[in-house]
Design a protein around this ligand. Structure first.
Ligand SMILES: [Zn+2]
Length: 116
């Protein structure tokens, strides 16, 4: 099973970075989690966010956020539109389902018309 993220939105913030105080480096990214296995690919309802500064290359964790950053974050969070959670079966699943159905049919046929 592998997990990946798709970027829903990247916002450039005009706020000062709590680390380097530059006001041009903050990028807020919203991501939605995707789980993928051999049998299916699923878009989860799990939306996460990350705030990084491109100037000092640090990740700004919520404990470091200023009130101004929090206000912008809340505003942006309301504006994002996550993808609808969905699950899509891969070919491997369909083959497994078909084989299973075939076995059931064979068993049924043999039960009705026993080979003597
Ligand atoms: Zn910075």
């Amino acid at each position: 099973m592998s997990e990946s993220f798709i970027n829903l939105k990247e916002v450039v913030l005009k706020n000062n970075c709590p680390e380097c105080f530059n006001n041009e480096g903050l990028r807020l990214t919203f991501q939605q989690k995707i789980v993928e296995t051999k049998f299916y690919r699923s878009v989860t309802s799990d939306v996460s966010h990350i705030l990084e500064c491109k100037v000092c290359n640090s990740i700004i964790y919520p404990v470091q956020w200023t009130d101004a950053i929090e206000r912008v974050f809340e505003y942006q969070q309301k504006a994002i539109q996550p993808k609808k959670p969905s699950k899509y079966l891969k070919q491997a699943s369909w083959i497994a389902i078909l084989l299973f159905a075939l076995v059931i049919i064979v068993i049924t046929v043999l039960a009705i018309y026993p080979i003597l």
